[in-house]
Design a protein around this ligand. Sequence first.
Ligand SMILES: *[C@@H]1O[C@H](CO)[C@@H](O)[C@H](O)[C@H]1NC(C)=O
Ligand SMILES: *[C@@H]1O[C@H](CO)[C@@H](O)[C@H](O)[C@H]1NC(C)=O
Length: 586
Amino acid sequence: MASLVLLSLFYSPRLLVEACTDILVTPGASVDGSAIIAYNADSPTLYGVLYHYPPSKNAPGTERHVYDWDSGVYLGKIEEAEETYNVIGNSNEHGLVIGESTFGGVSVLAWNQTGAIIDYGSLIYLTLQRATTARAAIAVMVDLMDTYGYYSGGESFSLMDRSGEVWIMEVIGRGNDFGKKGAVWVAQRIPDGAVAAHANQARITTFPRNDPDNFLFAEDVVEVAIFYGLFSASADPGSFSFSDVYDPITFIEARQGEARVWSIFSAIADKTGEFQRNYLSYALGEETDHRMPLYIIPCEKLSVMDVMHLMTSHYEETPLDSSVDVGSGLFETPYRPRPLVWEFNGTKYHNERSIATAKTGWSFVAQARPWMPPELAAVSWFACDDSSTAPRVPVYGSSKAVSAAYAGQGSQDGVFSPLLTFDLTKAFWVQNMVSNFCYYRYKDVYPMVRRKITSIQREFNEMMVTADERALTLYNEMGPDKAIDFVTLFSVNAGNSLHKEWMEFYGYLFARFRDFYTITAKGDEPVCGCVAQEPGLSESVKKRIVAETGNHYKVLDNGGDHPDVVSGESPRHKRDTSPKYTTMES
Ligand SMILES: *[C@@H]1O[C@H](CO)[C@@H](O)[C@H](O)[C@H]1NC(C)=O
Ligand SMILES: *[C@@H]1O[C@H](CO)[C@@H](O)[C@H](O)[C@H]1NC(C)=O
């Protein structure tokens, strides 16, 4: 969703809040030969639900209403396709998957086409309903934008299909004055064996004009830039770089967007830290000219679990880790309240912006599996909320139903998001309870959440092997319909059971970490079969408190033999807990 740049340039309040991260893995770079796209949809007003569009047949002339995904604003009506496909989340029944991140781009072209009807969110869902392959999807997207006008800012779209083709398509509107609606764009196929990523910064640079297997583009992509004075008419068109012209890189875009790509590439490019070191100055925003490649060849092939792990990054163990400075509070959290950029004494500062972020509404890691029939090709591992604290449920692209815990519609359908209506039947709310609890006691709770998620994902991975086998047998022996019924049941049950398990897990965490204690089972304790441990303060926190407050908290007589002088277990024995317990002191 929309770019961080906007934050610094103050366009309009509704656009300030959004941002996203995508990873694209080609079949030759994945352990099982699937193409993989990971996508976090980041917005504090995005309700975390799994959209479902059932297939439909429509009479010619049927109308379809389009609402802006970000704002819910009604944009207008278009002609519905005569046939639409089943869409679950961002996957369809043919194994097509689409994600995005918003780069915004130059202000004359971003969010600046009067009367335009197609926003980037609707573009994704309309296209998933109309296309079967990545190439077909690109053509559908171009046609929709050029026919009805392009409402949004600059976007990097991620596309993959069940043939294993993986593409990045970058688009920006033609503005108002060029005399043609829609958007200019370049699409680049990611070579097999490579991994690409993008995060709120356009990344395609120069491109050949004679390689349609790997590069597609709008015929007027340079002409529009010349028209608006963004590129010199006398310059060599071959030197035209889409991202440099339409989305020139700034400190904020490098440090808060490209740094996320850097964290992904650094983790998989090599084991020596060479990539990480080479592009550190770029990620830090110090050397914005030292650009990273669009894709890299990973030193080892990635499993779907590896990709899930990459999407949990808070820059752990890198120079951008913010769980180590004073802002991390008493529990070493990498999270910070927004806005990302803040001012002190006339100078601007910022918080790091990692891949995993509190404001994610929902996310997926989807696989397109070339060895499966179309209906079984796409599986989306879907999660509500923060990609580092949320477990993922596997859902087949041909599913005819969604678990009630995950089901819902979005603002692109003109549906109001109930973000002030707490509802324990919805995965979004239970997940937010776990995440927000984690934010409060980060160093104690987060490792437990990660372990739990890993065990859940392993279990689902094993279940998927059996489910795939069963679905394939049904497909071959009884036909697609029976297979689709089966994967529907599987996907719905998986969602229902995960929701139940996660609610129980929240209860477990809450009981364990209540009231700033760590309460642990201990069988021979007569009161509760448990002990309440005091987590205390870390050395670095103590040091900062003393440095800031001097003698204010100093125990002036050194404490004598008061029980609180020695911290430990069983606070019920402490004199200050409550007067009625003083008689119980041992
Ligand atoms: C939007 O386009 C109009 C031309 O129709 C132009 O005058 C205006 O400056 C553009 N907006 C921005 C922010 O550049
Ligand atoms: C603000 O900056 C000025 C000039 O460097 C300095 O003298 C002043 O102490 C600073 N104020 C605060 C509150 O830090």
